[in-house]
Ligand binder design. Structure first.
Ligand code: FE2
Length: 201
C-alpha cells in the first residue's frame, strides 16, 4: 500500500480570519507533510509498508514509526474537523447525545475549550465515544491518540504551539475561541453515526 498525503479539504486561506493562510500553509505544508514523508521513508521495506495509516498507528510500538504515523493521522483528522462554512451547533442524534452526557451543547463546548486551554505542553484535545457508548472529553500528550485506547475520535483540536503561534503567539485561549467557531459539526456527526450508534438522550 502506498502511503499518500491527503489534500487540505479547503483552500489554505479559507479559514481566515480564524486561522490565517500562513498558518495553514505551515501547518499542512511543513508539519503534516513532514510527518507523512518521514513515515513513508521509515516504513519502506518494513512490514508497516503493507498497512494503512490507522493500522500503523494501532500496531507500531517503536517511537519513530508511531510518532510520525499518529501525528499524520491526528492532523488528517484535525484538518477535517474545521470548515469555512460551519454550522452554529451540532444537530440530530449527535446533539441528543451531547445533551444526554453534558447537559447542553454549550456546556460541552465550554468543557472542551477549558480542557484544551489547561492542557500542559504539546498535544491534542478530543471529544470521543467511549466503550460504553458515552461521549467524553480527553486530552493526549504529544502524538498520542485515543485510537490506541480503543476509543472513537469524534472531534479534535491541535494544541501544539505550531497550530496557533503565527496568528496568536502564546495566546492559546484566543486560538481556541476561534477554533470553536469553525468546527465542522457535520464531520463530527458523521464520525458519530459511522459506528452505528443511535442511542438518543
Ligand atoms: Fe499540528
Amino acid at each position: 500500500m502506498q502511503l499518500t498525503a491527503i489534500e487540505l479539504p479547503y483552500a489554505d486561506d479559507a479559514l481566515a480570519p480564524c486561522l490565517s493562510g500562513e498558518t495553514l500553509q505551515y501547518h499542512y505544508g511543513k508539519h503534516y507533510l513532514g510527518y507523512v514523508h518521514k513515515l513513508a521513508e521509515a516504513i519502506a521495506g518494513t512490514p508497516y509498508e503493507d498497512m494503512n495509516l490507522t493500522e500503523i498507528v494501532c500496531s507500531a510500538t517503536d517511537e519513530p514509526f508511531f510518532n510520525n504515523a499518529a501525528q499524520a493521522w491526528n492532523h488528517e483528522f484535525y484538518f477535517h474537523c474545521m470548515t469555512p462554512e460551519p454550522k452554529a451547533s451540532a444537530d440530530g442524534t449527535l446533539a441528543a447525545a451531547i445533551a444526554r452526557d453534558f447537559g447542553s451543547f454549550e456546556t460541552m463546548c465550554a468543557e472542551f475549550r477549558n480542557r484544551a486551554a489547561a492542557q500542559f505542553g504539546s498535544g491534542w484535545t478530543w471529544l470521543v465515544l467511549n466503550d460504553t457508548s458515552g461521549l467524553e472529553i480527553m486530552t493526549t500528550d504529544n502524538a498520542q491518540t485515543p485510537l490506541t485506547s480503543g476509543l472513537t475520535p469524534l472531534l479534535t483540536c491541535d494544541v501544539w504551539e505550531h497550530a496557533y503561534y503565527i496568528d496568536y503567539r502564546n495566546d492559546r485561549g484566543a486560538y481556541l475561541g476561534e477554533f470553536m467557531k469553525i468546527i465542522d459539526w457535520d464531520f463530527v456527526a458523521a464520525n458519530y453515526s459511522a459506528i452505528g450508534h443511535s442511542r438518543a438522550a
